[in-house]
Design a protein around this ligand. Structure first.
Ligand code: GSH
Length: 217
């Protein structure tokens, strides 16, 4: 399998974590931000990440569809057991939706500043500004305290749960943890202190999910 990603993409990092938890063998292709020709050729024109090339050659886009496909395999049942499928998918959708909507704004100024290539930095800014308006990335930096405050409200119940058990649905990680991890990986790639700024307990949690993914199965 091959996973095409940007290192800071929460959707790609969610899929990557699910692959790691599954113990899957795969390669990473770090898509060059400013040259997506190979990706467009592979997908027939889709240039978002993640994209998964499955072992049988099938090309799958959209992280939710990729996760559904991976979870459809027998070995993956424990990451979304039937009895919890509703709440686990709902939590993953909460991460991909309202929580991502705040946290990508928190991460974006640092992600922008990390592009070494001026063309890639400008393209990243253009992509954001065409959707959210001129100066949006600078505005998100100015508004970071407020954005983090709103995100903290959304994660507050999650922290209550994680004070009681290691993972969102118990002793073992599930798809829900992969989704939350994807967001924390985005923050960490942007600026490691952002994870702790959001909530100190989320840094040991982030490391716990990574340790679970490394643990022998
Ligand atoms: N709904 C898609 C969203 C994918 C997405 O928005 N990916 C972002 C990176 S996080 C992307 O590729 N953006 C294109 C760009 O920045 O040019 C999914 O879940 O896979």
């Amino acid at each position: 399998m091959r996973l095409h990603r940007f290192r800071y993409s929460p959707y790609a990092r969610k899929v990557q974590m699910l692959l790691d938890l599954l113990g899957a063998r795969y390669e990473i292709n770090e898509v060059p931000y400013g040259d997506r020709s190979a990706l467009a050729t592979l997908t027939g024109g889709y240039i978002y990440v993640p994209v998964l090339e499955d072992a049988d050659g099938t090309v799958v886009v959209e992280s939710r569809d990729i996760c559904e496909r991976l979870l459809g395999r027998d070995a993956a049942r424990r990451f979304c057991p039937d009895a919890l499928a509703g709440p686990i998918w709902a939590y993953a959708d909460f991460c991909d939706g309202p929580l991502e909507d705040l946290l990508f704004r928190v991460a974006s100024p640092d992600v922008r500043d990390k592009w070494r290539d001026p063309g890639e930095r400008a393209l990243y800014t253009l992509v954001k500004e065409r959707k959210f308006g001129a100066g949006c990335v600078d505005a998100w930096l100015r508004d970071r305290t407020a954005l983090l405050g709103r995100a903290r409200k959304l994660v507050a119940p999650t922290l209550v749960t994680l004070a009681e058990r290691p993972f969102l649905f118990g002793e073992q990680p599930t798809l829900a943890d992969a989704a939350l991890y994807g967001l924390l990986a985005m923050l960490h790639e942007a600026n490691p202190s952002l994870v702790t700024d959001l909530a100190p307990a989320l840094e040991p949690y982030r490391l716990r999910v990574e340790a679970a993914a490394r643990a022998p199965r």
